[in-house]
Design a protein around this ligand. Structure first.
Ligand code: NAI
Ligand code: MG
Length: 347
């Protein structure tokens, strides 16, 4: 067999980022087949770099990042960096430059984990959030800034092309799942222009997927059902802003921030996709060994699945499920959890 190489860019970032990424890489090494060679290249990006040099993401590094098969990111940021600098200059810049139009966030309530919801509902759904349009593109401005007459606009951009490609991706994901159900979340009773583009596209593309059952919810109603009846969801497709908000709610009801994984995906594979835990750099626990690396390990599973390593991704999911049962009621360090997961996927 020909030797394969997985050429991975690693952005450990700040705070607990490097701590959890080290465990993610440990599990990745352990799960990869013998004939796959893992090559990693580390990029020093984030708050520490910005404090040192004022740089967020220099173009030369953006070019080099393009050469990798995928990117694993820990977390970026610390309280000393003004809000918006790293979000716009690094995270959103990467998302737009690499056309990460699918932001994927699975939510599953694993056995032996806590949910704030009574009765431990059966939660297993995935949110497909649009990643390159909506109100996040920086299409806005203000005039008379700082005066009582200030006017500020933040225009939500929705293109037929952009909506169709993410809706199509969501149908593909729904078709591949057992329940085969896709819910569109929007607010088309008020945001009628964008809402109708989304709903019409959703209905039209849906004709090509007769095996997928569909549903529509306004975003406010969706927040109610995410709490009262999360079992009703299988795949959710939604715009950038609604997706940002409901995925945090989804993470909260399904085991919390230590378990929430995500992928910023370019399904066309023109550019590397980026995988990261949903949580941030957690400065309050950085250096204490308390960070749970499981969200990063589950992000590695998403990465593997995206690159076609389905069996290896499934092994990680099984290892996490088994490990959560074993660790219930104990206190583990970051490294102990990483070691336990690496041992399970290897064995
Ligand atoms: P955060 O997610 O870093 O922390 C929120 C709370 O959750 C803290 O109490 C923290 O200790 C806890 N927590 C987070 N991850 C954990 C883990 N793996 N194990 C155990 N506990 C964990 O959010 P916060 O405090 O709002 O932001 C801290 C910094 O991270 C800020 O600079 C923020 O801008 C940045 N951030 C970066 C993100 C990214 O890189 N994509 C995402 C969110 C925040
Ligand atoms: Mg968020």
């Amino acid at each position: 067999s020909t030797d394969r190489t997985l050429n991975l860019a690693v952005i450990p970032g700040d705070g607990i980022g490097p701590e959890v990424v080290a465990q993610g890489l440990k599990v990745l090494e352990a799960v990869l087949p013998q004939d796959v060679k893992l090559e990693t290249h580390e990029y020093d990006l984030g708050a520490r770099r910005w404090h040192a040099t004022g740089e967020t993401l220099p173009d030369a590094e953006l070019e080099r990042l393009k050469e990798h098969d995928a990117i694993l990111l820990g977390a970026i940021g610390d309280p000393g960096v003004p809000s918006g600098i790293l979000e716009r200059g690094l995270l959103l810049k990467l998302r737009f430059a690499f056309d990460h139009f699918v932001n994927l966030r699975p939510s599953r309530l694993f056995p032996n984990t806590d949910s704030p919801l009574a009765g431990r509902p059966d939660i297993d759904f995935v949110v497909v959030r649009e990643g390159t349009e909506g109100p996040y593109v920086g299409n806005g401005g203000s005039i008379r800034t700082g005066t009582p007459q200030e006017v500020a606009n933040e225009v939500s951009v929705n293109t037929a092309f952009g909506v169709e490609r993410v809706v199509r991706d969501a149908y593909e994901r729904a078709r591949a799942r057992t329940a085969k159900k896709l819910t569109l979340v929007h607010k088309n009773n008020v945001l009628v222009h964008a809402g109708h583009l989304w709903k019409n596209t959703f209905d039209r593309v849906g004709q090509e997927y007769p095996e997928v059952s569909t549903d529509y919810l306004h975003v406010d109603a969706a927040t109610i059902f995410l709490v009262t009846d999360p079992a009703r969801f299988d795949v959710i497709v939604t715009d950038n802003l609604f997706g940002d908000i409901i995925t945090d709610l989804a993470a909260a009801v399904s085991g919390g921030i230590g378990l929430a994984a995500s992928g910023n995906i370019n399904p066309d594979r023109e550019f590397p996709s980026m995988f990261e835990p949903v949580h941030g750099s957690a400065p309050d626990i950085a250096g204490s060994g308390k960070a749970d690396p499981t969200a990063t390990v589950l992000s590695v599973a998403l990465l593997l699945r995206h690159l076609g390593f389905e069996a290896e991704a499934a092994r990680i999911d099984e290892a996490v499920t088994a490990d959560l049962a074993e660790r219930a009621g104990t206190t583990r360090s970051t490294q102990e959890t990483g070691d336990a997961l690496a041992a399970r996927v290897a064995g």
